[in-house]
Design a protein around this ligand. Sequence first.
Ligand code: NAD
Length: 336
Amino acid sequence: MSNALSPAQRLTQIINTINEYNYQYYVQDNPSVPDAEYDRLMRELLDIENDHPDLRSPDSPSQKVGGAALSAFEQVEHEVPMLSLDNAFDEDDMQAFEKRIKDRLKISTEISFSCEPKLDGLAVSILYENGQLVRAATRGDGRVGENITTNVRTIANVPLRLRGENFPSRLEVRGEVIMTRAGFVTLNEAQIKKGKKPFVNPRNAAAGSLRQLDPKITAARPLLFYSYSLGLVENAQQPLGETHSSRLAQLSEWGLPLSKELEVAQGATQCLTYFHKIGEQRSQLSYDIDGVVFKVDNIAMQQELGFVARAPRWAIAHKFPAQEEMSTLLDVEFQV
Ligand code: NAD
């Protein structure tokens, strides 16, 4: 932090640094700093922009999602944008999140939240037409992603055809592609044996494995997919559930995998109980998570709340403290 710089100068400095970190992380799948360092810088940027709204430009990293699609892949335009999530770092942020929602909806009763682990992988959209998997894409910059259909078709738990019959004629399922910790260790041992650079963490390994030009390489990698929302829905044969959690349950009936830790909680206080419970289970889970996500469960309320530039108002990611994640990155760098 430099006291000698004006807010505008410091902002420019931060934006340049974040843009470089984003390129390394989203385009190269090769993070150059721990997430905690990235998050600190992003918070400093948000603080400056909140204190000086005139300095906020439309191309600030605070207004954008992810990174650009790699030109090596065909581009896919998302018919419904794939957004990011706002962050909560402590209990006050969580209480403030619930208060903002209640104020905006002008209600005083407790809000139901869908509570979900925040899987640390790569966001993917999978489109089913008449029950058949026809396209899969990365989030990219939220508007345009990369066509990775042939790679996603190789993931063991992704159904190529939906179960049952009453599915919409076009159904976009969104979720995270992850690599299990055990799979990551095995993959890195093989990388080292072959004299290749090991991956920094399971997220980076999952992203690198999915964005391969040769689907045979992807097929050999231990990837899994877990659904966490619906995108585009056309010609639903039966009314969709009125809550996010019931829609996820419907996806499960159609054969899509869900993470086992899903729950519904009432109000921020129960959400915090969930956060602590999952935090305790974290080291025993088979995959890496970097926090939990809370989403207003009622779809009509979600629609009323809407979105800001890069994230929905009805959801928040409550991140775990980043200590472990930093040591993971440093340990692996040591081995290289
Ligand atoms: P994010 O990872 O904070 O949150 C949005 C993403 O969460 C979604 O796109 C989705 O992929 C994922 N997610 C996992 N479980 C989910 C669930 N149950 N429901 C909905 N979404 C779920 O946001 P982001 O914009 O993808 O990335 C920003 C974060 O990435 C930063 O906070 C930082 O931690 C990390 N990052 C690090 C670097 C670096 O250089 N180390 C650079 C860029 C980003």
